[in-house]
Design a protein around this ligand. Sequence first.
Ligand SMILES: Cc1ncc(COP(=O)(O)O)c(C=O)c1O
Length: 421
Amino acid sequence: MGKTDQVIAIEEKFGAHNYHPLPVVLAKGKGVHVWDVDGKKYFDFLSAYSAVNQGHCHPKIINALTDQAQTLTLTSRAFYNDVLGEYEAYVTDSFGFDKVLPMNTGAEAVETALKICRKWAYEVKGIAENQAIIIVCDGNFHGRTTTIVSFSNDPDATANFGPYTPGFVKIPYNDTAALKEALEMPNVAGFLVEPIQGEAGVYTPHDSYMRDAKALCNAKNVLFIADEVQTGVARTGSLLAVCGDCNCQQACERQETTYARPDLLILGKALSGGVYPVSAVLADNAVMNVIKPGQHGSTFGGNPIAAKVAIAALEVVKDENLIQNARILGARFRKGMQEIIDRSDLIVKVRGKGLLNAIIINDEPDSSTAWNLCIALKENGLLAKPTHGNIIRFAPPLVITEEELDDCLAIIDKTVSEYKK
Ligand SMILES: Cc1ncc(COP(=O)(O)O)c(C=O)c1O
């Protein structure tokens, strides 16, 4: 048995079967590349679901990690540490909010935002106890906790995990009329939305959806909650996807005509460059101050390593112009992909923004074509993963160069043209 098969067999035997990975065993990563246990090199076109935006093992982030790991790792929040405040000041300034609540994973940050929203609804908006409603969207993906799966439409996420948490109402995504109508319900506290639905297949709404949603929420004194765990931190060609079609250069300017400012902003994944579990909820004082000591927290949230890693990860985004790179190379990718599509019967569409894109295959959502095509891409040196039987997401690290992107388009072109259904 080869090394790959051995590793897979061990996982199969001793690990819970809660994922269905592509049969490749990775042993090393650097920038846009990963290597398997036999030394074969691949382009990473998933970036750990958009966590590794800054590229694998970025030296600046790794240095921040190892320096802090040798100094102080965890104090809990029972005591102050000399790094958290520095991070809080840095991250709130970077994203333009008064305060941050630090957590670890994306799902925890979503839970945090939901809790803050409910508390705000009762203590500030004046909704009667236990009556708060949060509007969510069909096709959402916000994580895997009991409450979050309670408002999922995905049968795999929900089946036999009930009873479900009440207080959520689902409306169609990318439908401002549906949002307007839902906001007429009594007791609405918040609207939780992904600016682009990544897991649903990089479902990209019309340009003004975020701004319209924000305006509708504002008019009804409802919190506009943006889950940017997957879309945030330069992935879509702006610092945040709620920035819209901005033309910011070095730093986020939060341009008036494009920016839909969330009342609660949820970040994770690339906030640490994929080096450490770091997530956050950002808000202004009027919202965040509803949380008092003892009402929310996490042993690891805001630990010194996470704080230093996140500062370094955000500095890399600025220092290396990752926002502009994602914007420019994203357009190049979609143009190149469209040329492949024009020559192919297999792929019907490319969609996305910045370097968060997906291709739609000419087959059924429950077919195995996307999986088989990902296996063929793997053989040709590019790793990607289906979101559905007929959709493949393409999300390389944002440090990718024009030449590397063109090499990847050539791999996709070759694979698609050689593929036999
Ligand atoms: C939009 C969105 N929210 C939340 C999450 C959950 O993040 P985590 O897996 O870190 O809990 C994800 C993960 O893919 C996501 O894409």
